[in-house]
Ligand binder design. Structure first.
Ligand SMILES: [Zn+2]
Length: 138
């Protein structure tokens, strides 16, 4: 006999004996137990989802100095975007290839566009903000 069958039988006995307050107490207790069962079920589901998340993260290393990249252990030579990886929905996005840029070397995330300079730009090159602003009238 399950806990609910036992309680239902007890409730029915009380109802037949016209013990309505006690009958209602048992119904309330059954409602409370059903609520707890639901919460237990939800918590078990949450645990499974967190375990899957941990499993997913255990194959990734990082953030590693000097650039803060994460690395999928199966692709140790291809850095992952730290911004995409640390986002709420945690995506594995490979950074693009290292490219020369204004005397420096940078990689760009293929998904969010994050730029990471692995070598600073040439300090003699004029930074973009010091160049003359674009004007449609000149
Ligand atoms: Zn990204």
């Amino acid at each position: 006999m399950s806990i609910f069958e036992g309680l239902e039988a007890a409730a029915e006995t009380l109802r037949k004996a016209d013990k309505i307050p006690e009958y209602k107490e048992i119904l309330e207790a059954m409602g409370t137990i059903r609520g707890l069962e639901q919460r237990l079920h939800d918590a078990a589901q949450k645990i499974r989802s967190l375990e899957a998340e941990i499993e997913k993260r255990s194959v990734v290393d990082g953030p590693l100095p000097p650039f803060g990249y994460f690395f999928d252990k199966q692709h140790p030579d291809s850095p992952l975007c730290p911004k995409c990886y640390q986002a709420k929905d945690s995506q594995l996005s490979f950074m693009g290839p290292a490219k020369s840029w204004s005397g420096g070397i940078r990689r760009a995330c293929r998904i969010c566009g994050l730029l990471i300079y692995e070598e600073e730009m040439d300090s003699n090159a004029a930074p973009a903000r010091q160049r003359r602003p674009y004007s449609p009238f000149s």
